[in-house]
Write a protein that binds this ligand. Sequence first.
Ligand code: ZN
Length: 309
Amino acid sequence: MNARADAAAGSEAADFYNDLVKHRLIIPGGVQGAFGRGAEFEKVLEAFNALVSRISAGDGAEFCTFPPVIDRRIIERVDYMDNFPDLCGAVCSFFGNEREARALSEKIHAGEPWGGALGMTQVVLNPAACYPLYPTLTGTQAQGGRLVTMLNWVFRHEPSPQPTRMQSFRVREFVRVGNQDDVIAWRDMWLGRGVDLLRSLGLAAQPDVASDPFFGRAGKMLAGNQLEQKLKYEVLVPVNTGDKPTAVCSFNFHQQHFGSTFGILTPDGQAAYTACLGFGLERVVMALFKAHGFKTALWPDAVRQRLWP
Ligand code: ZN
């Protein structure tokens, strides 16, 4: 995109943000990407999440949820800090004595930087909805593998004026563990189902191959490999602007990466294959408000019936 088109897209995103605020759908929180959500916003989010549960009820996924903080060792073991150091959120706290506590207080009240007075805790903010699950799966899986679904808050340190680029948001996630054929067939089934689901809500959803925002020059190569091997797909919907649609759902095939890292084994003793898919719930909700207007009472009947049967 050239600079003028970029600026136009930026102002369209800013207008959309202001409209969401005006209708009390989002509530500014002082920091970019860390706003509150109003009642009507949450009503739509819960309805979409429930719809996802209804259309997948026959799959028999086990449900669980994890808190927004996870064991720091998880992101160390999956090389997160090699690939996405700029997106991480490590939780720090104060470990000093009383004298150091007074020095900390003085720094803060004098408006000076105070991060140096803190040390790392055992937890980090969870950057990917499925991460906390893998260490719980260590061991040999039952025949046929495993299917788990979660609703987790995730964190990405990427403040932005675009409402769709949040620092903290919810993902409705599914994880399939098993042999290669089963996992790929499941991913492909959901890719079609996810597109159909979003289109049934009047959204102009399009699937595409995608890559993660790996850090630095080495990251460009990793992203290239990911695209070439078609390890990641996204479903895109226009939200901020028509010419640069937003990913509202992503599908990741991890091959044996988590299986070998966490000792997740198939019955024949091989490292299991895994894939996951996640709906970015806030983004889906914003796409619906963008497509159908800011008052749910005025949305098309077909969409309302699908969300609130
Ligand atoms: Zn995932």
